[in-house]
Design a protein around this ligand. Structure first.
Ligand code: GLY
Ligand code: MN
Ligand code: MN
Length: 484
């Protein structure tokens, strides 16, 4: 099998130079940390995962740190980065009979050409090869993902290896590095965001009362795969309509789409490990009611205000507060809340209407690594801020979602009613009118530039844009650039 170097048969070719640059950056960090030499980063690829006890596997998902450095979806492999940026991949030596089931077995020469890698060997040669490069210490991953609480995959050195194993360097260094996207990564992220945006527009146009939510999910999956080459999505599609929209990660996607209801569709394609995460909210019959406009415009105002405020140096927690304060202002104006804005913000009342953070880092993981890490601010304790997935100041090169929302969640409202400090601000009669409303979330993916953000999400956002698009008008919009 011959595969041309530096390109793969996908709609958006990814240059292997992107991964090379990422290895180079890590190599520089290794060199700074260990100027005397002898240390190499060693990472392990993910393994195939069987479905229950069967001999079928889940669709393979590469380990993100490994994919980020080596650009390969080969499982059961290892990779090393040396201090001069040299990349070495070690592939499994598979029994010859595997070829019958899996196709031609990967060879070091073939993989080297495909990945434009400096060296490729078999896993059983790792010790010998690393030693020949003067490596005495393998720097391996060891850390906890601050979103999931799960441990990262720590490379297991071959049985009896005489290499020293160290866990003090790699996790923090690589996690920090992944937080700042390169220009080449930004192009891939822009691509997957565009593919996902286009699929959202298609779904928005085809959604009709009387259909099932699963039609929406199915259409999105088809669009991003067929047109964009995204074999998987970054998370299970959230295709909520009506009251289901109040459940942040509604998983079922199997209810009837009722006339007069709002849809909240949170769906993002995944292209060779790079994620999109987009939410569109719209009335399923294509025409907003006055009540729907109130909530939608409250959230859109929050979304737009944050877009116009984001730039390096601002505090992410302040962006979150700006968003929930904006929504609170609209809820007061609409008579759902009563009393003084500052008093309500002090009482942290928005925890009952937007029970999630403004957004998160995004990249190779949809909730990308590095939200909370050593040397950066800790999770806020205020009840209306504590769900933030990061509290880091905003910096150039970060890629983030901006996703304010407003929900009428029965469980949360029941809690709000039990809080005597809060209940006095609730216009219960008016809120009751929204009991089946569900929610609105507006989520865009933005790259932080030197003086603002670029919004890679290109979907109808205003009430007028949505109504026109759903009525069949052509939709096109340029990527929005904010200089703030
Ligand atoms: N789709 C998950 C999230 O918005 O964070
Ligand atoms: Mn998100
Ligand atoms: Mn989302």
């Amino acid at each position: 099998m011959s595969v041309p170097a530096n390109s793969l048969a996908y709609p958006c070719p990814i240059s292997m130079k992107m991964y090379k640059e990422q290895r180079q950056r890590l190599g520089e960090s290794l060199h700074r940390a260990f100027p005397e030499g002898g240390h190499a980063a060693v990472l392990q690829a993910a393994s195939e995962v069987p479905i229950n006890s069967t001999d079928c596997n889940y669709l393979f998902v590469q380990e993100s740190y490994y994919y980020y450095l080596f650009g390969t979806e080969l499982p059961e492999a290892y990779g090393a980065v040396l201090a001069d940026g040299t990349g070495i991949v070690f592939i499994a030596r598979l029994p010859a009979e595997y070829a019958t089931w899996m196709g031609p077995l990967p060879t070091p020469e073939g993989v080297k050409a495909q990945l434009a890698m400096d060296e490729v060997h078999y896993v059983d040669e790792m010790e010998k090869v690393l030693k020949a490069h003067g490596v005495h210490t393998a720097e391996v991953m060891h850390g906890t993902n601050s979103d999931s609480g799960l441990h990262t995959l720590q490379a297991k050195l071959p049985e009896g290896s005489s290499l020293t194993q160290s866990t003090s360097f790699l996790f923090n260094t690589l996690t920090a590095q992944r937080g700042y996207k390169t220009a080449m990564e930004a192009e891939v992220l822009k691509y997957v965001c565009k593919v996902s945006s286009d699929a959202h527009v298609t779904v928005m146009r085809m959604a009709k009362p009387g259909m099932s939510q699963h039609h929406l999910e199915s259409t999105f999956l088809h669009e991003v795969y067929y047109k964009g080459g995204c074999r998987r999505v970054s998370y299970t599609c959230i295709c909520a309509t009506g009251h289901h929209g109040a459940t942040l990660h509604y998983p079922d996607n199997n209810a009837l789409i009722e006339n007069g209801s709002m849809a909240l569709l949170d769906m993002g394609g995944n292209y060779r490990g790079y994620a999109a995460d987009i939410t569109c909210s719209f009335p399923v019959n294509g025409k907003f009611t006055e009540a729907q406009k109130i909530i939608y415009n409250a959230v859109l105002d929050a979304h737009d205000k944050v877009m116009r405020a984001m730039k390096p140096g601002v505090q992410w927690v302040d962006m979150h507060l700006l968003a929930i304060r904006t929504i609170c202002t609209h809820l007061i104006a609409a008579g759902l809340l009563k009393g003084d804005l500052d008093v309500m913000m002090k009482k942290e009342i928005m925890q009952y209407f937007q029970p999630h953070g403004l957004g998160h880092l995004i990249g190779m993981d949809v909730h990308d690594v590095g939200g909370y890490m050593e040397g950066y601010p800790e999770r806020p304790t205020k009840k209306d801020c504590c769900r933030l997935r990061t509290a880091r100041p905003v910096e150039e090169g970060m890629y983030m979602t901006i996703e304010p929302g407003c929900y009428f969640n029965a469980a949360l409202l029941a809690m709000a009613k039990q809080n005597s400090e809060v209940v006095e601000h609730l216009n219960l009669e008016k809120i009751e009118e929204f009991a089946d409303f569900g929610g609105v979330r507006i989520e865009s993916d933005v790259l932080v530039t030197k003086d603002g953000v670029v919004n890679y999400t290109v979907v109808p956002r205003t009430v007028e844009e949505i109504e026109r698009t759903m009525a069949g008008a052509e939709f096109s919009k340029d990527i929005e650039v904010y200089h703030n």
